[in-house]
Structures are given as C-alpha cells and as structure tokens.
Write a protein that binds this ligand. Structure first.
Ligand code: GCU
Length: 345
C-alpha cells in the first residue's frame, strides 16, 4: 500500500470507528464504549418550566437531571430553566419542535392546540383522583398513541405526565358559592378552546393569557379571577391580589413533559432506557411531593391573607358536564375517553 492510500485507509477506518461509537453510543460496549471510541461529549438538555423554584415540578425535575447524569455516567445532563425564563408555554411547543430547547413542561391545553385528542385530559370528571390520573398518564396501553402523535407533524414526543391536582376558581371580590356568583366576571384561562368553553359554561367571561401574566392582570383589574391548584395559587402569590379561593375542583389538570423527537432518537438504547427509568422515578417523586406541598401551599397562602372555602361544587359540575358532549366530537377522542374511564375503579 502506498503511503497516501495507507493514510487514507487509516483515516477512513478511524472515522468509521468513531461514527460507529457515536451511533451505538455505548450500547455494544456498555458504559465504557465512549472512552474506547474517543470520548463522546456530554449533552446538556435545556428544560423549560414556567414554575418557581419552590414548586414541586422544579424540585422533581432537578432531581430528574441528577438521576439521569448518574445513570448515564454524565453523558446526559438536564438544566432546568424555571420562572418562564425561556418564555411561555405556547412558545415552548415551537422551541422544542425546532430543537432550540430539548425539553419542556406544558399543560394539556397547549397540546390540545396541536392534536385535539389532548382535550380529553382537561375535561371535568375524566379522572377520579390524582392516583387514577397518574396511572393513566403512565400507561402506554392508554396513552402511547396520543403521546407519539406529534412526532411526525411537530417533532415533539410526549414523554409522560405530571399531575396539576384539582383546579379551583379564585377571585378578587369574594367567594363564589355557585356559578351565578361569577356571572359576567373576567376569568383568566389557559389558551385553549376547552378552557374558554368551561368559563363560558359557568356564565363568566374567559380571558386567555399566559400564566406569567396573571399576577399583574389580577393586580391591575384586567381580570377578576383565575383558576388553578393551591400550589400554583400560592407559589405565584396570586393570593396577594385575589384572596378568595373557592373549592370548585372543576377538573384535575395534567402537565406533560415534552421532548424534541430527534434528541430522544439520538440517545443510545442504554441511555434512553436510563432516561425512561429516571422519568418514572421523577413522576412518582413529583406525585409524593404534590400531596405534602398542597398542605404547605394552603398554610402559606392563608398566612398571606387568603381564604379557602368549600362551596357548592356540584353546581359547578352541573354547569360543566355538558362540555363532555360538546368537546368529544371525534372517534379517537371517544376511544381515548373510554379507555381512561375503563381504568377507573
Ligand atoms: C398550572 C400548570 C401549568 C400551567 C398553569 C396555568 O400551574 O401546572 O403547567 O401553565 O397551571 O394555568 O397556565
């Protein structure tokens, strides 16, 4: 072999070895394959979140990153950006699809704007309890198709769900015992048809806006109230400007971890399995934190001047039940709804 062709041969072989190592990402040789085939640079995934650092989602997601780093020997890391630092949830869909951000937490209504099957997760009465909700959101037999449904169209994979707990209405001007007490009031909603429909059904006036804008909108009187769980109400300090929290418990909300589809596909089999395992531990951790933090949130908000009151929640549910008919309009929505209901006790 002449010198130049020998060099070319060596280089091609080396290149092939590196490519192979990158493709297999350590699967064949286990955790050490990276060091045999030249070190694979660690990847840090950006995770966008619109919650504060005291919210259980931030705490559980930070721990998610630590678990992943450990399980992949530092090949994959996660950096969580809380407090809407990377924008609002509606923007996360685009950024994750484009791969500008790898991961984000978005509320079900955001995904409803991409595939209306996601409407089902926000309907009143769909989940019996947080336990029922979490068993559904982690069951591939029920949610596998809908979680994969945005991969081709939007390059978004839904990895799994987190509970938002029960959502209730809170207002500036007094407890709402029945929907009549909200008549005509401007209530902030997430940007989605089903949430707009809900507030309309209660006889109030829905005002869609991003979560990060709600405090100022309440403070300035642009809106009269909003609806959310106790933890969001407390960590966002909305009680300072809307101190009346009425236990309407009109639905149990769902958040989803979304990922850029190509980022997940670029993981070795071994690292992807570690990612999935770390995620399971994360949502379980989050659900535990949720229960304990709800009590703390109520205590904090009460100390800050909030009033929490049981109200005629049946009157709210009666007004909202017709939404099931109105918003389940396709066969695939009906199939998903039935599958969820079939898992209830
Ligand atoms: C909850 C939920 C968020 C959502 C927010 C909202 O806090 O966990 O994902 O953005 O409600 O009402 O916008």
């Amino acid at each position: 072999m002449r010198k130049t062709s020998r060099l070319a041969f060596v280089m091609t072989t080396a290149l092939a070895a590196v490519t192979l190592a990158a493709c297999s990402g350590g699967t064949a040789g286990g955790a050490d394959a990276g060091s045999d085939g030249g070190d694979v640079a660690p990847t840090t995934m950006k995770l966008a979140l619109n919650q504060t650092q005291t919210h259980p989602s931030f705490i559980a997601l930070e721990a998610f990153g630590e678990r992943l780093t450990e399980a992949t020997d530092g090949r994959w890391n996660i950096e969580v950006f809380p407090d809407s630092q990377l924008g609002d949830q509606a923007e996360y869909l685009q950024s994750v699809g484009d791969g500008v951000i790898d991961l984000a937490i978005v509320s079900a209504p955001q995904l409803e704007n991409l595939n209306d099957d996601f409407v089902i997760f926000s309907l009143p009465t769909v989940f019996d309890s947080i336990e029922h909700q979490m068993s559904v959101l982690s069951d591939p037999a029920v949610v596998g198709d809908v979680y994969a449904s945005l991969e081709d169209s939007n390059s978004i994979t839904v990895v799994g769900g987190l509970t938002q707990g029960a959502r209730s209405v809170y207002t500036k001007d007094g407890i709402a015992q029945t929907p009549e007490d909200l008549a005509g009031g401007k209530i902030r909603v997430q940007e989605s048809p089903v949430f707009i429909g809900m507030i309309n059904a209660l006889g109030a006036s829905p005002t869609p806006m991003a979560y990060s804008e709600v405090y100022t909108a309440l403070q300035s009187g642009v809106i009269d109230g909003a609806e959310n769980n106790e933890i969001s109400y407390s960590t966002q300090k909305h009680y300072e400007v809307a101190p009346f929290y009425s236990y309407t418990r009109h639905l149990i909300g769902a958040d989803f971890l979304i990922s850029n589809t190509d980022t997940l596909a670029s993981m070795s089999e071994e690292d992807r399995a570690a990612f999935d395992e770390a995620w399971t531990a994360t949502w379980e951790h989050h659900t535990e934190l949720w229960m304990a933090d709800t009590e703390k949130a109520i205590a904090d908000a009460t100390a800050g001047g909030a009033t929490f009151e049981e109200v005629d929640s049946d009157s709210f549910l009666d007004a909202l039940t017709p939404l099931l008919k109105e918003f389940i309009t396709t066969d695939s929505q009906q199939t998903l709804f039935d599958a969820i209901k079939a898992t209830a006790e």
